[in-house]
Design a protein around this ligand. Structure first.
Ligand SMILES: [Zn+2]
Length: 90
């Protein structure tokens, strides 16, 4: 990532979403997929290979697909609320 925006000069040096996007995606996608997998099991009782064939690609697509929007959202919220990551860490 560049140090500043090429257009407006916005300082990017304090941009840091850390593990936030991944944590939210783990929790949200995990809840959705686990709920749907349990519902599918109790409703249709498919063989396990069917469950794996459905949910492994779903997990990969949702997780990878949501990572960039989630990171953008958290960075936008960081700017909006003037939260900075320049707090000293020990
Ligand atoms: Zn800009």
């Amino acid at each position: 990532m560049p140090d500043a925006c090429d257009v407006c000069g916005q300082d990017y040096s304090k941009v840091d979403s850390g593990d936030g996007p991944a944590v939210f995606i783990i929790l949200i996608v995990g809840a959705i997929v686990a709920g749907l997998a349990v519902w599918t099991e109790f409703t249709y009782s498919p063989p396990y290979w069917v469950q794996l064939t459905i949910w492994i690609p779903t997990i990969l697509i949702l997780s990878v697909g949501l990572l960039r929007p989630a990171k953008a959202l958290l960075i936008a919220l960081q700017f909006k609320h003037k939260a900075s990551s320049d707090i000293k860490r020990y």
